[in-house]
Design a binder for this molecule. Structure first.
Ligand code: KIV
Ligand code: ZN
Length: 390
């Protein structure tokens, strides 16, 4: 494996408990949120966005409790660009050993129209709210919501104001999943080049997946200079979701040859937290979801199974153990071949000669044509019929 100790570190900011929970129907209980936060902390997430404290009493309580129990992660609370929001966020996160306030305002023309603020009035609001947050907390993140649809000159102007007011992280949200990888990179590059003081802050990327490009956009932003990725477990999030933590982390690990950046994530904890988030949110993980889907390390066809039995690298670019699975699965179905059947029977304790295997294979194929997957019990019944088992 590549030695990543000398590489630039990309911070992983998880927002499963905030943006993820904003997914319609994904509400989690207080106890479930505490459990997920503990798992995120344990797996090495740098910053946990624990909730939106002004949103409800329950959110406030959850963020406060998560802050009190935090071990290594920074605990962040979200707030709109309003003084009472910021104070509420601070009240909740201040118990953490390392608290962060995250404040945001929509800066694109569409979003500016909602509070009906002029560009100058909004700039003034940003200065006032970021300054207030910074007076409360040393670690302040600021986000221009809908940044990817904001005029570049105005975006540079407001980012500069936020930096001067004391923001330590500038997060660039692609709120509606509109951007594309090259554009995502160019935007970060443009901000780093044009904004005075850009070298004193960390740039962050926050992508939504409306066009299925969240992971690609996040990685492109990192290649252009962003050093924080905002993401969620299983890509949970509003509409089509957010960047999936497991995808960006494993992409940086597997393709470290071309994206030489390190994260602090213990990837062997990925599968467990993916399952827990799916259970507590009630959102199933699609079978073919990258990294954590049921089929991500499963091979049914004869050619693939034969290849896998000879050398796992033929059809797998990462080891299932790296994400906490015990191994590859070779489910038996109508596309499976003789090599996989023989290997499976051997695992179950049945050794047989070529002729007997030939007979069992014919019976297996006929069953597999009628059944999606052939299980151990099916094989035992089939062996009995063939006189190959008692
Ligand atoms: O998508 C978005 O713009 C957000 C902000 C609140 C950061 O989630
Ligand atoms: Zn978002």
């Amino acid at each position: 494996m590549t030695d990543t100790s000398e590489q630039d570190r990309v911070l992983i900011f998880d927002t499963t408990l905030r943006d993820g929970e904003q997914s319609p129907g994904a509400t989690m209980s207080h106890t479930e949120k505490l459990e997920i936060a503990a798992l995120l902390d344990e797996m090495g997430v740098d910053i946990i966005e624990a909730g939106f404290p002004i949103a409800s009493e329950g959110d406030f309580e959850a963020v406060s409790e998560i802050a009190k129990n935090a071990k290594n992660s920074v605990i962040c609370g979200l707030s709109r660009a309003q003084i009472p929001d910021i104070e509420r966020a601070w009240e909740a996160v201040k118990h953490a050993p390392r608290p962060r306030i995250h404040t945001f305002i929509g800066t694109s023309p569409l979003h500016r129209a909602i509070p009906n603020l002029t560009m100058d009035e909004m700039a003034e609001r940003i200065h006032e709210t970021v300054t207030h947050a910074r007076n409360l907390c040393e670690d302040v993140q600021w986000s221009p919501m809908d940044a990817t649809r904001t005029e570049h000159d105005y975006l540079c102007r407001v980012v500069e104001i936020a930096i001067r007011a004391g923001a330590t992280t500038i997060n660039i949200p692609d709120t509606v999943g509109y951007t594309a990888p090259r554009e995502s990179a160019e935007l970060i590059r443009m901000l780093i080049e044009r904004v005075p003081g850009a070298d004193t802050v960390i740039f962050s990327t926050h992508c939504h997946n409306d066009l299925g490009m969240a992971t690609a956009n996040s990685l492109a932003a990192v290649e252009a200079g962003a050093r924080q990725i905002e993401c969620t477990i299983n890509g949970l999030g509003e509409r089509a979701g957010n960047t999936a933590l497991e995808e960006v982390v494993m992409a940086l690990r597997v393709r470290n040859d071309i994206m030489p950046f390190a994260t602090g994530i213990d990837t062997t904890k990925i599968m467990n937290i993916s399952r827990r988030v799916s259970q507590v949110s009630g959102f199933p993980v699609q079978y073919n979801k990258a990294i954590v889907g049921k089929n991500a390390f499963a091979h049914e066809s004869g050619i693939h199974q034969d290849g896998m039995l000879k050398n796992s690298e033929t059809f797998e670019i990462m080891r299932p153990q790296d994400i906490g699975l015990s191994g590859t699965s070779l489910p038996l179905g109508k596309h499976s071949g003789r090599a996989a059947l023989r290997a499976k029977l051997r695992d179950m304790g049945y050794e047989m000669g070529d002729n007997q295997l030939k007979d069992v294979f014919v019976r297996f194929k006929s069953l597999a044509d009628r059944k999606k997957e052939v299980y151990d019990d099916d094989l035992i019944a089939l062996l009995r019929d063939a006189g190959a088992a008692d």
